[in-house]
Design a protein around this ligand. Sequence first.
Ligand SMILES: NC(=O)c1ccc[n+]([C@@H]2O[C@H](COP(=O)([O-])OP(=O)(O)OC[C@H]3O[C@@H](n4cnc5c(N)ncnc54)[C@H](O)[C@@H]3O)[C@@H](O)[C@H]2O)c1
Length: 321
Amino acid sequence: MSRILVTGAAGFIGSHLVDRLLEAGHEVTGLDCFTDYYSRETKQQNISRAVVHERFRFIEGDLLRLDLDEVIGVVDEVAHLAGEPGVRTSWGERFAIYTERNVQTTQRLLEAAARNGLERFVYASSSSVYGPDDGGPVDEETPCRPASPYGLSKLAAEELVRLYGREHDVPATILRYFTVYGPRQRPEMALSRFISLAYQGEPVEVFGDGSQMREMTYVSDIVEATVAALAMQPQGLPRAYNVGGGTRTTVRNLVRLVGEIMGERLEVGHGPPVSGDVRSTWADSGRAARELGYEPGVALEKGIEAQIRWALAGHRVPSIA
Ligand SMILES: NC(=O)c1ccc[n+]([C@@H]2O[C@H](COP(=O)([O-])OP(=O)(O)OC[C@H]3O[C@@H](n4cnc5c(N)ncnc54)[C@H](O)[C@@H]3O)[C@@H](O)[C@H]2O)c1
C-alpha cells in the first residue's frame, strides 16, 4: 500500500479519486484550498465520506504558499488534480488565476517532487491542450494548439512536467481527460446545468447551436485510468495518455437525453457560442488501452442516469445560480 497525495481532493474528480484510493487500502493525503470557482459547501460535501476515514488526512492549504517539502516528504506518490478549470472564464484579466493555479502550482509541486525523490507523479491534463479538431479522433502525437487560455495553461503545465522529467528525473505521467461527468460534477458544466434547470422547470440554456460534439467520460472511468497511471512504473520521459469515454454526443443530444430520463419536455434557449470552445472533441484512447489497460466501462445513458439520480437525491438541485 502506498502513501498518496491527491491535490484538488475536494473537487469533482479529486474527491472520487480519494474515495477509490481509500477503498483500495492506501494511505491518502488530500489537499485543497477551496477556491471560490464554486462553493465551499459543495466541496465539503464531496469529501464528507473521506474526512471521517482513518487512513485519510486532509490539508487545507494553497499549493502556491504551503511548504511543499513538508507535504511531499511524507508521501510516495502524487496525483495532481488541483487547478482552475473552465474555458469560458479563462480569457481577460482572469488568466492570471489560470497561470497561478494551473502553471505555478505545478512548478512548485515538481520542484518539491525533484527534491524529495517521489516514486510517481500523475498530472491531470485536458483534451483542451489539442485545440480545434480536424474532424477525426486525436492521438497523443497530434500537435497541440490550444484554442483557449485555459488549454494553454494546461499545456504549459504539461511542458513543466516533461521538463522536470527530463532534467530532474521526476517519474511522471500525464493524463489528458476528455469531458468528465457523473455525480459531483462541477455545477457550471453543461450536464449539471441542464439537470438543475430541468428540475426547476427553467429553459435549458445551450451555448451556440448545440451541434458541438463532445467525447464524454464517466468519472469512475477517469478514476480507474488515474489509479492505473499511479500503479505503473513510468519508463523514461513523461508520457501523455488520452482518457476518453468512448462515446460522443452533441450537446443538443445531451439535452434530449436529460429530458427523456427525467420525463420532462425541456424548453431550450440558445446563448452565444463560447469563445475557445472547440467544435468537437474525439479521443483515440488506444495508447491508454495498450499501456495502462484502460477500458471505459460506463455507457453514456447509464452515466447520465447515475448523475441525475445523484442530483435528485438532493445533492445538487436546485443550487445553480
Ligand atoms: N472535469 C473535467 O471535465 C475535466 C476535463 C479535463 C481535465 N480536467 C482537469 O482535472 C482536474 C480536476 O478537475 P475538476 O473538474 O475536478 O475541477 P474542480 O474545480 O472540481 O477541482 C479542482 C480543485 O482544486 C482546488 N484547487 C485549485 N487551486 C488550488 C491551489 N492553488 N491549492 C489547493 N487547491 C487548489 C479547488 O479548490 C478544487 O477543489 C483539473 O486540473 C482540471 O483541469 C477536468
